[in-house]
Design a binder for this molecule. Structure first.
Ligand code: FAD
Length: 452
């Protein structure tokens, strides 16, 4: 760190931290980004095993969502492939073709004819859904009202689970889930070449290319405190003198503004006086979504016709990410199995057994083809999402602490997953830049033309 004083300090070097940094720098701010891990990326990091890129659990970019829009806005292009909509579903231990295309709608034995017609009607309705008229209430309430056939409802829930990663249909708000399904139906998804670290690498390159961003990793932010300063015309201190950011190694820096791009509980731990602010409300209302992830490097699939499978009556997903993205060499495959956690307390050993049983069904003899594996029993997919218990939308600013902003997948409004991380990061940077515009305007109104 070359300076002690920054326009903006960003705490956290995941997707939301880097997007905030890129936008703040584009607005002319001098930015310091601090990441506690040795490498940047957070949950968008990618490990390499046997030369194959494994994300932390299967990851897909929703092409119609906020993340690709933000990346495009920042001049970042992504390479990869859209895996398409064909696949299989598992119901009562049987493997069926999913009715994902016109052809498979005719041939699939997963639904009766009336069920197929009902599904087509629902899909058409969601595709055309008007954003301003998203339904209120939970996903369960919406589905029970709008989908009468139980088989179709189960299939729709499985689709919602896959698109949102959440197995919480009773508390998920219907509107944001349907918006996400609309993204899937209208834009499809992208499996990213090289894995999601490519996104982080490109964001970092774009941000640092401005010459305004410094980033340090392996440094933990321990405390963020608002610095009281005396107003020119008063003897009363007020909280607009910026922030002091203390690191675990004893170092301290000052900043006019801070973006907290870390989970809500971490915000509350770090920010001095957080218990008296909206940060505490956002922390208390948060309902994280978690899952168990088994990522495999495989020589081949034993049943190559089975590439993507949704559990219809069980909350799991199987996908060969290498069918659409370039993730490795020598023809090795990156295969992900996910078990979505619901309301019950997860059991790591049981989840692993369940996922291995699914593999036994879908890819008999799979163990002989595994070259490397990564088991992540309890990944937090998002720290909060749009659910019925939310009392307030998080961010972008913390109203009780001018100059303090939040970003992250938990700070989404209507957006979900990485789209929430991207949208909230953009909102935080815009609010921060707007803050400067307001200060400048105040300077002009006060006759201080040098502030312009
Ligand atoms: C298994 C799994 C599958 C997923 N699949 C998808 C998908 O298919 N599509 C999709 O859109 N999204 C998906 N997501 C979600 C997506 O990965 C996340 O939304 C996104 O990466 C979160 O970014 P973030 O910046 O909000 O948080 P993080 O990535 O968690 O970044 C926060 C950073 O802050 C750092 N930090 C924390 N405390 C401190 C501190 N005190 N000082 C300094 N640094 C600190 C952390 O080390 C971390 O790097 C998935 C997530 C998981 C876990």
């Amino acid at each position: 760190m070359n300076h002690n004083k920054w326009d903006v300090v960003i705490v956290g070097g995941g997707l939301s931290g880097w997007i905030s940094a890129a936008y703040a720098a584009r607005g002319g701010k001098r930015v310091l980004l601090v990441e506690k891990a040795d490498t940047f990326g957070g949950r968008a990091a990618t490990n390499t095993r046997e030369g194959v890129a494994l994300n932390l659990g299967g990851h897909a970019v929703y092409l119609d969502g906020e993340l690709p829009a933000v990346l495009k806005d920042l001049g970042i292009a992504l390479e990869g492939g859209n895996p398409g909509s064909s696949g299989h579903g598992v119901l009562n231990g049987g493997v069926y073709t999913l009715p994902g295309s016109t052809m498979s709608l005719f041939t699939s034995r997963l639904l009766s004819w009336p069920g197929k017609i009902a599904l087509s009607r629902i899909i058409l309705g969601v595709k055309k859904l008007d954003e301003s008229r998203l339904p209120a209430g939970s996903l369960t309430e919406w589905a029970e009202r709008c989908i009468r056939e139980p088989q179709v409802r189960h299939l729709f829930y499985a689709l919602c689970r896959t698109a949102t990663y959440a197995h919480q249909q009773d508390i998920q708000l219907a509107g944001p889930v349907l918006r996400q399904i609309k993204h899937v139906l209208n834009g499809g998804v992208l499996y990213v070449d090289g894995g999601w670290r490519t996104i982080i690498d490109r964001l970092r390159k774009a941000a640092t290319a401005t010459g305004l961003v410094d980033a340090v990793s392996g440094k933990v932010v321990e405390q963020v405190s608002a610095v009281a300063r005396l107003a020119e015309d008063s003897t009363e201190p007020h909280e607009s003198g910026g922030f002091e950011i203390r690191l675990a190694d004893g170092e301290a820096v000052l900043a006019d503004a801070v973006v907290m791009a870390v989970p809500p509980a971490e915000c509350c731990r770090i920010v001095n006086g957080a218990e008296h602010t909206s940060l505490d409300v956002w922390r208390k209302q948060a309902r994280p979504v978690t899952s168990a992830c088994l990522d495999l490097v495989m020589r081949r699939l034993t049943r190559p016709n089975i590439q993507f499978v949704m559990g219809i009556d069980s909350p799991f997903l199987f996908t060969n990410q290498s069918r659409a993205a370039n993730l490795g060499r020598n023809g090795l495959l990156a295969v992900s199995v996910i078990k979505y956690h619901g309301a019950a307390a997860p059991d790591a050993a049981l989840d692993r057994t369940d996922m291995e049983r699914s593999l036994d069904l879908l890819q008999p003899g799979w163990r002989d083809e595994v070259v490397a594996r990564q088991y992540l029993p309890h990944m937090t997919v998002v720290y909060d999402h749009a659910h019925t218990g939310r009392v307030a939308l998080p961010g972008p600013d913390v109203p009780e602490m001018p100059g303090l902003y939040v970003a992250g997948d938990w700070a989404g409004h209507r957006e979900l997953l990485a789209d929430a991380a991207a949208a909230s990061a953009k909102r935080a940077a815009e609010a921060l830049l707007q803050g400067r515009a307001q200060e400048t305007l105040r300077g002009v109104l006060n006759g201080n033309r040098s502030a312009v």
